[in-house]
Ligand binder design. Sequence first.
Ligand code: PBG
Length: 323
Amino acid sequence: MFPEHRPRRLRSTPAMRRMVSETTLRPRQLILPLFVAEGASEPRPISSMPGVVQHTRETVRKTAADAVEAGVGGLMLFGVPETRDATGSAATDADGILNATLRDLRSDLGDDTVLMADTCLDEFTDHGHCGVLDSAGAVDNDATLERYAEMALAQAEAGAHLLGPSGMMDGQVGVIRRALDDAGYSETGILAYSAKYASAFYGPFREAVDSQLRGDRKTYQQDPANAREALREIELDIAEGADIVMVKPALAYLDIVKAAAEVSPVPVAAYNISGEYSMVEGAAANGWIDRERTILEVLTSIRRAGADLVLTYWAAEVAGWLD
Ligand code: PBG
């Protein structure tokens, strides 16, 4: 008899397919990034990310509470300040938009969710780089570390459970861990953006945070051509005290997610970033793809590659579908 082997048997009915399905997608595995704009009187749409807004300090509270109610695993906060300067002062101001919002959300939600913050200066600097610049205009690694340590303390004090250093400075995880421990915040954790690539897919995010950047981030973010250094960065971050490591972007880097998942003794997150979101939303709006099926396929593929957690702008909506 031919064919001798019939893999289609296990695909024959919905019950059969459900029974042998390998990869789970649960609301608790999804983390919702949120943008909060200082001085905004109403939410501002982000034109390149249809459906995503810059929240006001008030509207973010309801959206965050609804997402937690829908079962998402956590929230990642980004601040959009009204004024920027060379050192990103607003990032370390206790009343700055990001720290003030963290305080609001921690008071609203307590420990019912995992509250996270982007620990990076690019939203706060007038030149748009993730660090401070030296006299020649280059990003000064070690001077930036001092600012990250100060920023980490401000965010921990404001109530973040996990800090997300995303600037790809050498030593950033170690310096933040030491600053937290020295100040008595030994319970505040670090979700390290360990393998973060210099990607064109960040495009829409630049609009989302009104980025001032001219030029690029290629002296600190990784070259998309390289895989090995991702593993080195992950190893270093774990040695420096990362509680969770992250690969970013996700879709064009599923090989890196898989390699990270194979070696990491700590949970692995992947960030399904702005450009990945906008590609799907743009194609769906044109009727070129089925939006819901595509979103579920994207998120499932990131989980299948080995990510324990996925940061995605669809987190709350998808959590509702999965319920
Ligand atoms: C840096 C940061 C960026 C993103 C998250 N944190 C932008 C960058 O590195 O250029 C991008 C997230 C996204 O594109 O969805 N603070």
